[in-house]
Design a protein around this ligand. Sequence first.
Ligand code: G1P
Length: 289
Amino acid sequence: MKVRKAIIPAAGLGTRFLPFSKAVPKEMLPVLDKPAIQYIVEEAVASGIEDIIIVTGKNKRSIEDHFDKNAELELYLQSTGKLDKLKLIKDVTNIANIYYVRQKEALGLGDAILTARSFIGNEPFAVLLGDMIMDDSQPSTKQLINVYQKQKAPVIAVEQVDRSEIGNYGIVLGQQMDDRLYRVHTLVEKPQTEISSNMAIMGRYILEPRIFEILSNTKPGLGKEIQLTDALQTLAREQSLYAYLHEGKLYDVGNKLGYLKVSIEWCLKDKEIRGPFYTYLKELLAEKE
Ligand code: G1P
């Protein structure tokens, strides 16, 4: 079955980015000249997704404004002949069918997904976390859709992380099926004790509606939140669930170090500022040595 719909949970309080995220959502942090969430919507569209629901919460209205039509700005750009800029903002407005639903309380990722249940109905869907953006390899969501279509079972993107980072991610254990594919048997959300795997869940999932039933019966877990990882553990006990070591890299822009890494890498990719920025970095590093 075709994967046509996606959920982008963007309701988190963004506490790792306070005080910035007090009034502005962390998903609106600029990476070069676009807010982080635009890259995520672009990945979904490049993966064949047609309908997107963004789960928002308090103080997230600027996300809706960003994808909405701004007639006044369009008129201004038109009348002043700034046609390249006009195209840029029109492209954002027409990027996909985007819908919004509000998570009423910050009860965790699992609860945010559950909020979008009636939008999804009875078909498979993608989940793209609102603070993870990918490099310019083949879209991770597309890679997962290809696996889903072959295996006909839910699949999540994983990456091998440094042992020191294990406590920041959901970690999976499974049986290796081929180079990149694992059949998952155990998932632990941000393990607090030793675990014999460094395969971390990286914010991209292809799921089926069964997960909603499981989520609605999942008790709060780590941090007293309804954890998607806990629901996936229940799922893995009753049917096949796969983890895929995706090609490329996903960056967590929801924390300071991740955000700075993305910003620097994107600057070094930009045709216009790559040269002067590289020279600046080299001089700066030489000065600090
Ligand atoms: C969430 C998930 C976690 C995953 C991480 C990165 O955690 O709960 O399993 O590894 O995203 O995709 P968060 O970073 O939102 O606390």
